[in-house]
Write a protein of this length. Structure first.
Length: 193
């Protein structure tokens, strides 16, 4: 809402934090986003690096048990590792410390699997299209061939249509619920998607 309505507009909105000589790291796969970031980093005199599966930091993370579920969390872990390595001159952190940190990571509310009697419940705070896509992919990966009950509540300023498009097809049934905040979306409108 504040950073722009398109993916390439978002890095332009965030570019104010770029500083000359300060490294910029990204794991974006989007070519347009990469072009914007690369151009803006060069204009600011900031070295830039894109972390992709062939990157050494990505390979290093593949050998670490990251307890967060979903392929997107491997990307996040590789970016986190690369960030720590980029600032080692001022923040000395060993590879062992990085490994321990990644292996001990917990993130409540992000593909957070809980036991409720004999059932498994997944709590997730996805709130934009890439997060809905990652949630849907991780559900398929972790529970292959299984359909699920979906309980969905949305804030009014979030992409309810995108959530429905990504999550409802995998659900055996969907229950839309109100979110108890002044920013809540209308469950009746959500049910229409």
């Amino acid at each position: 809402q504040w950073l722009g309505g398109t993916l390439p507009a978002i890095p332009r909105g965030k570019a104010g934090i770029l500083k000359p000589g300060v490294p910029v790291l990204t794991a974006t796969e989007d070519h347009e986003v990469w072009e914007v970031l690369d151009r803006m980093a060069r204009e600011k005199g900031s070295p830039i690096r894109r972390i992709l599966p062939q990157d050494p930091d990505f390979a290093a993370v593949r050998g670490i048990h990251v307890p967060l579920l979903g392929e997107h969390q491997v990307w996040n872990a590789a970016l986190a590792r690369a960030t720590v390595c980029a600032v080692r001159a001022s923040l000395p952190v060993s590879d062992l410390d990085v490994r321990r940190g990644l292996e001990g990571t917990r993130w409540d509310g992000r593909f957070d699997v809980r036991e409720l009697g004999a059932r498994k419940v997944v709590l997730d705070g996805a709130h934009n299209l890439p997060a809905f896509q990652a949630l849907s992919a991780t559900l398929r990966q972790e529970f292959p061939g299984q359909r699920f009950g979906l309980i969905l509540g949305m804030l009014a300023d979030k992409d309810a249509r995108g959530a429905a498009r990504e999550l409802v097809p995998g659900a055996a049934r969907t229950l839309v619920v109100p979110v108890h905040t002044g920013r809540a979306g209308d469950p009746k409108e959500l049910a229409g998607y």
